[in-house]
Design a protein around this ligand. Structure first.
Ligand SMILES: NC(=O)c1ncn([C@@H]2O[C@H](COP(=O)(O)O)[C@@H](O)[C@H]2O)c1NC=O
Length: 559
């Protein structure tokens, strides 16, 4: 505590306890009436005067409590359809007067203003109105003006005024008043912090909604100041390691509601997750679970056919596409049967029983899919340590999913997410070698290119069609500090299967050495962004080996 406020507050409490040199006054003005009658009754029983705005006053009067209408205090009726109710010196001077300043108190006396000692306010439900589709004038009327002014005034004067913005805090304040005749300074300060967060969050939501499709950028090149409305979804057991504290927040920009989870009658109670996620089974998600599940879910969006992406430590260890989720999973699993142990698997199609049976055979941490059939959930629920998430594949709305924010060393970096390449993107690819890919190789290169996008840089993917249909990664070299080492890792994992396979590189080859290694491993076709100053040498190496190579003109680094 600072500013000697505890001393001032103590004086205030003594005054109150001394039998009330004056009657204390509370201003109650709440859109959400939850708990307000109980709070008002507790105050009334302790001799407080209750002052309220229209709807709140009605609710209190209906409960048999005596209320002073705010209009009686201000001498004005509520104006402009409620746009101006409490915005008046008779209210705000009463809140803001510093009780230890004789000049402030004298000013109140001179102007017949009564001090306000407690403010309980919550705001017009702007976010709910936006989520329900309100626009234009109707939405604008949901922007609360007087409420934030009351909250901020009371929070500024927290040494003398109790500010309440959350009904969950009413009982403890009522108890403190009953027990001690006042609320300890530390608690008043804590309530003030909560109040400023409340109004800051409220305004951040309004700005984001008014900014529309570009909530972060505000529709213009990056704004100088940016307030992101974040809502806590969960306090996590710990972060990346047990000695790190962690919580999960989501960008709380109203958007269309996620589809209701299908009623399954299946085991487990549904646990809501961040916007668009519902946990259908299993223990709470950990920090690393979320990192991996989000990476897997993002990666699987890049494929149009049924796909399975298996992730370990935020980078894929196997990716498969095939006719069914089960067939896709078989390919992803067999790509690296060792690494998938304890992995996270995402699907881009609803999970059926056939896929669930295969998943339940091995130890996995998390499975993510757009939907999980009831019979599939029954099967997965055999695995006590598995977590099952349903994810909403639809657009996040208001551009919330379009942005990535991450912290590094006290700074925050924001970028547009690396969106999936559109379905026909390869029409823009440019063959640069004498040999051009066969139609089959084009398909395999398309798959490998989408797979390498999901991998940490430097990333190389060796991939091929499967004789029974579909495509799978054979070897992934990711997170390497040199590109040629990523090639070697991918080839080593692929082994003899690399002969005749294709290779994708997330960035250009700075030297021909990677192509020479690929050629030695039997790679038949390569896709890479191109753009190196040594492209000519790289192309010459491919030509010398009889390898087909195409340039995408776009890279997919992932740091
Ligand atoms: N205009 C004002 O002076 C004003 N003062 C308080 N309010 C809000 O009016 C609401 C309560 O209204 P009622 O008691 O009529 O239901 C609260 O959400 C409060 O934040 C106001 N409304 C909006 O700005």
């Amino acid at each position: 505590m600072t500013e000697g406020v505890g001393r001032e507050a103590g004086r205030w409490e003594q005054q109150a306890a001394a039998g009330g040199a004056r009657r204390r006054r509370a201003l109650l003005s709440v859109a959400d009436k939850t708990g307000i009658v109980d709070l008002a009754r507790a105050l009334h029983e302790r001799g407080w005067e209750l002052v309220s705005t229209g709807g709140t006053a009605q609710a209190l009067a209906a409960a048999g409590l005596p209320v002073t209408p705010v209009a009686q205090v201000t001498g004005f009726p509520e104006l402009l359809g409620g746009r101006v109710k409490t915005l008046h010196p008779a209210i705000h001077a009463g809140i803001l007067a510093r009780r230890h300043r004789p000049d402030d108190m004298a000013a109140l006396q001179d102007h017949g203003v009564v001090p306000v000692d407690l403010v309980a306010v919550n705001l017009y439900p702007f976010a709910e109105a936006a989520a329900a589709g309100a626009t234009g004038e109707a939405l604008r009327e949901e922007i609360d003006i007087g409420g934030p002014a009351l909250i901020r005034a009371a929070a500024k004067n927290w040494p003398d005024v109790i500010v309440l913005v959350d009904p969950a805090d009413y009982p403890r304040v009522a108890e403190a008043l009953a027990r001690e005749g006042g609320v300890p300074p530390a608690v008043r300060r804590e309530l003030a912090v909560k109040a400023f967060r409340h109004t800051a969050f409220y305004d951040a939501v309004i700005a984001a909604v008014l900014a529309g499709e570009a909530p972060l950028a505000g529709g213009e090149p990056w704004p100088e100041h940016l307030a992101l409305p974040l809502s806590r979804e969960a306090v996590l057991r710990y972060g990346e390691n047990p000695h790190q504290a962690a919580a999960l927040y989501r960008l709380a920009i109203p958007h269309r509601p996620a589809p209701a989870a299908p009623a399954s009658g299946a085991p487990g109670s549904d646990r809501p997750g961040p916007a668009g996620f519902v946990q259908r089974w299993g223990k709470p998600m950990s920090y690393n679970n979320w990192l991996d599940a989000l990476a897997a879910w993002r990666a699987v969006q890049d494929f149009a056919l049924p796909a399975a992406v298996a992730i370990k430590h935020a980078t894929p260890c196997g990716i498969g596409v095939a006719a069914t989720p089960a067939a896709a999973f078989r390919l992803a699993r067999d790509a690296d049967p060792e690494s998938i142990f304890g992995g996270i698997v995402a699907f881009n199609r609803p999970l059926d029983a056939a896929a669930a049976e295969m998943l339940a055979e091995i130890f996995l941490e998390v499975v993510v899919a757009p939907a999980v059939a009831p019979e599939a959930l029954e099967i997965l629920a055999r695995r006590k340590n598995l977590r099952v998430l349903e994810a909403d594949p639809g657009p996040a709305g208001h551009g919330a999913g379009r942005w990535e924010v991450r912290g590094a060393g006290g700074l925050w970096l924001i970028q547009e997410a690396d969106a999936p390449d559109p379905a026909g993107a390869r029409a823009g690819w440019r063959p640069v070698t004498r040999v051009v890919p066969t139609p089959e190789q084009w398909d395999a290169l398309d798959f490998a290119w989408r797979a390498v996008k999901a991998c940490r840089s430097n990333a190389i993917v060796v991939a091929a069609a499967h004789p029974a249909g579909g495509y799978r990664t054979l070897g992934i070299g990711a997170g390497q500090t040199s590109r040629v080492r990523a090639v070697e890792q991918a080839l080593a994992l692929a082994g003899p299967a690399a002969r005749g396979a294709v290779l994708a590189s997330d960035g250009f080859f700075p030297f021909p050495d990677s192509v020479e290694r690929a050629a030695a491993g039997g790679i038949a076709a390569i896709v890479q962004p191109g753009g190196s100053v040594r492209d000519a040498e790289v192309i010459a190496a491919a030509d010398a080996a009889g390898i087909a190579m195409v340039f995408t003109g776009r890279r997919h680094f992932r740091h």
